[in-house]
Design a protein around this ligand. Structure first.
Ligand SMILES: [Zn+2]
Ligand SMILES: [Zn+2]
Length: 337
């Protein structure tokens, strides 16, 4: 077969259309991947709607991609045809900018994100640079692996790099595409885990995922309830709502940190005094490198953590995308070619 199918968006905001293309040959230092599963992330909407700089159309989104290497470009070592690989938000670093030279590849000034810097995984095949590849453990299937390349690594790494230690109280604001994974990681890391969401709908699920406490944010003040539990060392704010995320600050114990991973164009309503008087901090957290994605997948396989997914054929990408945008997905839509 010398052709592939991609779900492309021809103009900003426009619908996805399935088109046939010639199968691309990987260039030097790149591999071609036969895609087996591709997660639909809320950030993809930013690409489809042309909200990021330097996008070109037609555009092929998809940065939660699991598949197998099916062709090697010139000079590729350590990877072979048939290897199971994941490509996530981290689609490769340049290796020569100051953050790269300091070893902070995720902060690369030329970070390449699939669907932005090059065509992503809403397709039967894609081409990626080798520094973007993460090896998928044998015990993790492609549909479960795919969302770990963005939603998984972002939540796993946020807690792993936080100051929280086993036994500490942590909270997760929002139980959705990111939050349902964050609760599982927090519990398996040995944290006393609090899930915070609006309403009672998600209480049973949050407890099933491993939460020790559930706070309905519409029924009272979640910060007060966190303080009643002793105050959180870390609050992971996954809700795409600045007001809901900022509400976590007053639930922090002295020295605690609010880790922001939900995206909302509105500013976070936080006053200096809220931070100063208890030595609190607010930090942004960007995801993780291809090696971090490997750690995320290995830990998930080890600890029995899986994303909750709804799989949809690639041809039904418009329906899958709409379902993700409406918030109805439980919890990650995954396209299967
Ligand atoms: Zn993403
Ligand atoms: Zn760089």
């Amino acid at each position: 077969m010398n052709s592939m199918r991609v779900a492309q968006v021809t103009e900003p905001g426009g619908p996805f259309e399935i088109v046939e293309r010639e199968l691309p040959e990987p260039g030097p230092g790149h591999v071609r991947i036969a895609v087996e599963a591709s997660g639909v992330c809320h950030s993809d909407a930013g690409f489809v709607h042309n909200a990021f700089p330097h996008l070109t159309f037609p555009l092929v989104a998809g940065h939660e991609v699991a598949g197998r290497i099916d062709a090697l470009g010139e000079g590729v070592r350590y990877w072979t045809v048939g290897d199971r690989v994941e490509v996530g938000w981290f689609g490769g670093h340049c290796g020569h900018c100051p953050p790269c030279r300091e070893g902070h590849f995720i902060d690369c000034r030329n970070l390449r994100v699939p669907g932005w810097a090059y065509e992503g995984g809403y397709a039967t095949h894609m081409v990626a640079p080798v520094n973007a590849l993460a090896r998928i453990p044998d015990t993790l299937d492609a549909v479960d692996a795919a969302p770990l390349g963005c939603a998984g690594v972002t939540t796993y790494n946020a807690f792993k790099k936080s100051s929280a230690r086993p036994g500490d109280l942590v909270a997760v604001i929002g139980v959705g595409g990111l939050g349902h994974l964050a609760v599982q990681y927090a519990a398996k890391f040995g944290f006393e885990t609090v899930a915070v969401a609006r309403g009672e709908d998600k209480r049973a699920l949050a407890m099933e995922l491993g939460a020790h406490h559930y706070i309905d944010s519409s029924a009272g003040d979640p910060a007060e309830e966190l303080q009643a539990l002793g105050g959180a060392t870390a609050v992971l704010a996954t809700a795409a709502n600045s007001k809901a995320m900022a509400a976590g600050v007053d639930g922090l114990r002295p020295g605690g940190e609010l880790i922001v991973i939900g995206i909302d164009p509105e500013p976070l309503p936080i006053t200096p005094a809220q931070l100063i008087l208890s030595s609190r901090s607010v930090v942004g957290h960007p995801s993780g490198t291809s090696r971090d994605i490997e750690h995320t997948m290995e830990f998930s396989a080890l600890a029995g953590i899986r994303p909750m997914t709804e799989t949809v054929p690639l041809e039904e990408v418009n329906e899958a995308f709409a379902r993700m945008m409406s918030g109805a997905a439980r919890f990650r839509m995954v396209l299967v070619p």
